[in-house]
Design a protein around this ligand. Sequence first.
Ligand code: ATP
Ligand code: MG
Length: 294
Amino acid sequence: MRDQAWKLRRMVEDRVQPVKGRARVLAITSGKGGVGKTNISIGLAITAATAGLKTVLIDGDLGLANIDVLLDIHPRKNLGHLVSGGASLRDVLVRAPGGFQVLPGASGLSRVADMGHMQQQVLFEVLGRLMEENDLILIDTGAGISRSVVDLCTSAGEVLVVTTPEPPAIVDAYAMLKVFSRATRAPKCWLVVNQAQSRGEAQQVMGRMRGLARQFLSMEIERGGAILHDPRVPASVRRRQHFSLAYPSSPAAQGVRDLCESLGLSREKGNHGFLQRLRNLLSGDLKKIPERAH
Ligand SMILES: Nc1ncnc2c1ncn2[C@@H]1O[C@H](COP(=O)(O)OP(=O)(O)OP(=O)(O)O)[C@@H](O)[C@H]1O
Ligand SMILES: [Mg+2]
């Protein structure tokens, strides 16, 4: 029977030649669920790939991975197979419509910190290779202040916090920011207001949240952008074709392009600290992150 070591060796042998540079790593998260993270992550991946960035979107929703459903792709292997040695990176990455690659998620994977040593090593190896071979790594996380989400976000170093103008979403986004503000190394946070009825409404939410974060969390939040409520988003979800491709001139697609511009995704600087930060978290810093914000 093929043992774990054999599988690991195979993965190392399977290594493709590293290309240039180091990728920028950006996690997309939210306090409340269902605010639009996955749709925005895919939109960013399509827009960045169209702009010429070699982009990978990781489905980091360890509980309910569903990027494949939205993209209408049918991966045979996923992150779970990868970290357990049952597949190589080449087996797992899937080309998605829009010109980027997807690393499909594994529903039911436990926290990164709970993985065995071997699995963590494989994860580091994989992430390191992805960072060498690509310009941009996007990680779509699950919602809420669970440990796995906070681990991914603080390790990424840059986080897009998505909210809608509805009070429960705003309160939960603030709770998320509060957790980040207490992390050993607070990530750089960008705020995105999705499903706004108007630009004015989005600006109001943006201003209020940035003010609150500055006053009570001593945190500077970057302006990500506003994406308007747009019926073409649910329509494209039902068609299983992202709105950036199905309706490129829709207000939502324009909002995603503006967001890309705010993030400066065409002016890459890289993210050299991602793996080190993840390693630090796993080796003890994790305990300094509070389980809940309130
Ligand atoms: N700008 C928008 N306008 C209208 N509807 C939207 C918009 N953005 C998202 N939606 C709707 O919200 C729903 C949830 O979106 P999505 O799955 O991207 O959210 P999520 O934050 O990833 O959810 P989860 O927390 O479950 O992972 C989608 O079915 C979509 O139709
Ligand atoms: Mg999602």
